[in-house]
Ligand binder design. Structure first.
Ligand code: SF4
Ligand code: F3S
Ligand code: FES
Length: 234
């Protein structure tokens, strides 16, 4: 089948403003959008810029807006879009460096702000820090995050104010707050209980729809809000 890719192009070194370039490409319906972008870059226009690494939904580097919705380009098949016209744009809310490449630094700054690492000052045990299967299951969902930013950059609260810590950071805080071995929950909850923290979330659910790892993000945010409100982690 033939598809037309309308691709956002912007090179701040030479373009006054962004524009869309059209590419007509012969594809297999089971090709992924990433395959089509690779074809364009390799055969039609080598200046086209986008990030990708693993090409298998693991590294999280190729989140982009495809037909108005955030996806990983390596996880969406042409046939699943149900149209032969495919619009590809950078994710929203982060400044564009070139074409689909955005500045991820503000996103990672929010991620780092919630202390996304294990905190425990007890002496190291001889063997391991034990945890029951139930305790491990409590935060299993939020361990799946690959930091692709599809959630945060689909959130209208983040579009409205980039200081909002965003769903990805809260997911990664959740992963440690509900880990029975960790001792940093109170500090993280305090960090998230400020004017740019969890209460900027208005339960819009775009984040949950966008997540390529199918993490129940809005639910996780609700659990963090509840922990702040009750002072209990259960
Ligand atoms: Fe990506 Fe999902 Fe992690 Fe958000 S929570 S950064 S959408 S993997
Ligand atoms: Fe945004 Fe998701 Fe909350 S889209 S408002 S973080 S539910
Ligand atoms: Fe790694 Fe798509 S290229 S997730």
């Amino acid at each position: 089948m033939q598809v037309t890719l309308k691709v956002y192009r912007f090179n701040p070194e030479q373009d006054k403003k962004p524009y869309f370039a059209s590419y007509d490409v012969e594809v297999d319906p089971t090709d992924r959008v990433l395959d089509v972008l690779e074809y364009i870059k390799g055969n039609m226009d080598g200046t086209l810029s986008f990030r990708r690494s693993c090409a298998h939904g693991v590294c999280g580097s190729d989140a982009m807006r495809i037909n108005g919705r955030n996806y990983l380009a390596c996880k969406v098949l042409v046939q699943d879009l149900g149209t032969s016209t495919i619009t590809v744009e950078p994710i929203l809310g982060l400044s564009v460096i070139k074409d689909m490449i955005v500045d991820m630094e503000p996103f990672f700054e929010h991620f780092r702000s919630v202390l996304p690492y294990f905190i425990n000052d007890d002496p190291e045990p001889a063997k391991e820090r034990l945890q029951s299967p139930e305790e491990r299951a409590r935060f299993d969902d939020t361990t799946k995050c690959i930091l692709c930013a599809a959630c945060t950059t689909s959130c209208p609260s983040f579009w409205a104010n980039e200081q909002y810590v965003g769903p990805a950071a809260i997911v990664n805080a959740h992963r440690f707050i509900f880990d029975s071995r960790d001792q940093g929950a109170a500090e993280r909850l305090q960090i998230l209980n400020n004017q740019f923290g969890v209460y900027r979330c208005h339960t819009i659910f775009n984040c949950t729809v966008a997540c390529p790892r199918e993490i129940e993000i809005t639910k996780a945010i609700g659990e963090v809000k509840k922990a702040i409100a009750t002072g209990r982690i259960d």
